[in-house]
Ligand binder design. Sequence first.
Ligand code: DGJ
Length: 737
Amino acid sequence: MKNMKAKVLLVAGASLFASGVWAQEQLVRLSTPETSLVIDAPQGGELKYVYYGTKLGDADLKQIDAVRTCNHAAYPVYGMNTPAETALSVCHADGNMSTQLVVESVATTDGDKTTEVSVRLKDKVYPFYVNVCYRAYQDVDIIETWTEITNEEKKPVVLNQFASAYLPIRRGNVWLSSLYGSWANEGRLAQEPLEPGMKVIKNKDGVRNSHTAHAEVMFSLDGRPQENVGRTIGAALCYTGNYKLRIDTDDSEYHQFFAGINEDNSMYHLQKGETFKTPVLALTYSDEGLSGASRNFHRWGRTYKLAHGDKPRKILLNSWEGVYFDINQQGMEQMMADIESMGGELFVMDDGWFGGKYQRNTDNSSLGDWVVDTRKLPEGIEGLLRDAKKHHVGFGIWIEPEMSNTTSELYEKHPEWIVKAPQRDPVLGRGGTQVVLDLGNPEVQDFVFGVVDDLMSKYPEIEYIKWDANMAIMNHGSNYLTADNQSHMYIEYHRGFESVCNRIRAKYPDLTIQACASGGGRANWGYLPWFDEFWVSDNTDALQRIYMQWGTSYFFPAIAMASHISSAPNHQVFRTVPIKYRIDVAMSGRLGMEIQPKNMTEEEKEICRKAIADYKMIRPVVQFGDIYRLVSPYDRLGVASLMYTSPEKDKAVFYWWKMETFYNQHLPRVRMAGLDPAKMYRVKELNRIDNEPLPFEGKAYSGKFLMENGLEIPYTHKVDYHKLNDYASRVLYLEAE
Ligand code: DGJ
């Protein structure tokens, strides 16, 4: 406890009565540049939550007890206060279902950019331990928290509930922002006041965890959520598997927030000597509203979580919507030539390139048979790599290594490798034949690793992998796990997944890997340490993407959000959106194309060519800048708008998308944000289609004016009569003089 470090302050205070023993109050403060979290860890007493919010100075910390209304445990456990919601509930080796934890010690460790605090708790009776751990960053406003649960009892302890963390949030006018959705409609924003009762946000897919609800939330503490003002707490559970977030608004002064692995059907037998580590919950606090909390997540994510978060992403063409399963050498080369001609940097060949005995012409066969289909590609991957080189683009390839089809050579050889209960026929997925491989099984892990390893060792020039996952776990059962550990199936699947990813990253640290999962099924910080980006959605309709990308941007930075220009009419919603608008939306994320270029007009190609060139100029601002969301599409004001500013505030990119069109419509004038009020910014419109420049084109305005007044954006484009349509959008590049 004497180990005083720069970012952690331990304060010994008054004696108090806790958990039946007199204990010395011991406040532990963890700080980031702008925030603090305080817990009370009295030796021999109960670990208590004290404070989370704006950075707390020494004077206020000393007097915090006098203004403390929260007397909540920092990690509530079941058995000694049974009516309350708990984070941990276990059955001890002797059948005792109650747990009572007291503080044994506090350890602090200073890393290069972090400080970790681990509070070791012990059951008062049993050799059963919980380390409640925190990691505070010195250069980003994120505090991570998780637990390590250790059984030293004589026999296994059953973990029935094992949340990563608990946070009490003071009642008042607290609103919750969360994401929901479904396939092709991911990342929808829901905002609601927290009312009495229990709000549960959960996932049980088994494989993917962000199609429907997301494992991240924000709490706006000052009433209806606002983007750029208001105290906001953000929380992101970093996990690849099933999760459960609970917010219990009971009769106390606090909303009780719990986050962790979804324990449903996942009861865990903790062996003697074993430690169970729960996934990290990343917390942030900002008094700059929802966008402020997003910026904190984005900075932390880019710096510490996302694979290659400091490297600009290439502009790519993906073959899926262009040719679907119709892969052939000539077609691939034509797409490479086209993306090269438009200035793109990478070509990705999607589904349909593999299969031996069974050809992959649709989605009902061949997963697992990762050999090149030489009927389609007689010159193999070698031929494609040669063409990619010829066209000066990188080459990427699609795989779905966690899956098989019952129509496949793999399944014929290894029917025991699939997730399924021994005596049951499998419930089948995509194409009526898809099955999930049992990643808990080390042989399956070797196989999945081998899919990547074989490709990469044979063709080291491959620079990008699109890793897909198109099925949920529909069957409970593992051939590998013992009968009494069947409830470990989901957890072991994801341990297996992590282990495979670690092996891949150890051997192929430079490879770019996209997490795709039937679109946006894997947008979670749990994946991103191994993945460079995720596919936001299989829905590429620009208008609907505005809603989805808006919600997704709450927690994930533009650099990670793959956003592609696709064709009109759109293949999912059949909407005909002009190319300018499609580009303007795609350019707000990691720009790419998902289209058959040979079906585009020369004029469309020329617009794309210019847009790609301009994107290269704004790429650092979009991919590494700070987001300021300005007008939400969910507010239905007829327009949506956001911007990115460079960290130095010398450059910014402003996006304005009209969401609907009515005659004599009145749209709000959008005030900008995040600029330096004293700087003068020169305005340049990108992707211009109008016959004449905007009135403010080339003129310079102060950051103060732009943030207090904004620019009057014309509601329509001035184009020739035959080009008029009901869409309007603008991208403005601002550069400080
Ligand atoms: C689902 C993905 O989200 C699509 O982009 C595409 O790769 C298909 N799978 C291929 O089967």
